[in-house]
Design a protein around this ligand. Structure first.
Ligand code: ADP
Length: 194
């Protein structure tokens, strides 16, 4: 199973990514988590990554690719991956397709989790009040949602055109979102005769 999870902040990518990985037996690769781990290293690259993340700006494509490529390559060799939060820009999507081609694999679906912006904002503010991340402040949340709309949003038509977009309503309890994704993926697999 090879999946991409495309979703604005607060849509539940992390939760669904973990569940889908456990369900399908492949690795959950969360771009944000890997970048935060690099940031914690505290060296020059780490400090640069932390600065982008704290502002809610995207980390430059080349840095993201350097961090993600070896992890995706290893996961692909072990049966697949659930890529959460990557790609997030058109150049990253092109790089992801080139990487898959190089590895001789195809991506089964790009799962797009959507919810109204007011719902996303409220979830992130709730997470912040429970001691969330340093980028969960009202201003940075607003900026992250704007970056998603402007930069990552265009990947929705990109994957629709490629016939692999699976859009799921994320404004439901987590179990219902998981069930919807699983039903849609099972339908895809049946349609492809796999
Ligand atoms: P969220 O989706 O809630 O913002 P993530 O953990 O997925 O949480 O991402 C947090 C931050 O990590 C982003 O704001 C950005 O700075 C960085 N990041 C994560 N994935 C990418 C990516 N594919 N490209 C560039 N930056 C990324």
């Amino acid at each position: 199973m090879r999946l991409l999870l495309l979703a604005p902040p607060g849509a539940g990518k992390g939760t669904q990514g973990e569940r889908l990985a456990a369900w399908s037996g492949v690795r959950h690769i969360a771009a944000g988590d890997l970048l935060r781990a690099e940031a914690r290293a505290g060296d020059r690259l780490g400090r640069e990554i932390a600065a982008y993340q704290d502002r809610g700006d995207l980390v430059p494509d080349q840095i993201v690719l350097d961090v993600l490529t070896p992890v995706v390559t290893e996961a692909a060799a072990r049966g697949g991956y659930i890529l959460d939060g990557f790609p997030r820009t058109l150049p990253q999507a092109i790089a992801a397709a080139e990487l898959a081609a190089r590895l001789g694999v195809t991506v089964h679906a790009a799962v797009y989790l959507h919810a109204p912006e007011a719902v996303l904002t409220q979830r992130l503010l709730d997470r912040a009040s429970q001691g969330g991340r340093s980028d969960d402040t009202a201003d940075v949340i607003r900026h992250r949602l704007q970056v998603f709309a402007e930069t990552t949003g265009p990947l929705v038509p990109y994957y629709t055109e490629r016939g692999i977009l699976v859009a799921v309503d994320a404004d439901q309890p987590p179990d219902s979102v998981t069930a919807d994704i699983q039903t849609r993926l099972a339908g895809l697999t049946r349609a492809a005769g796999r």
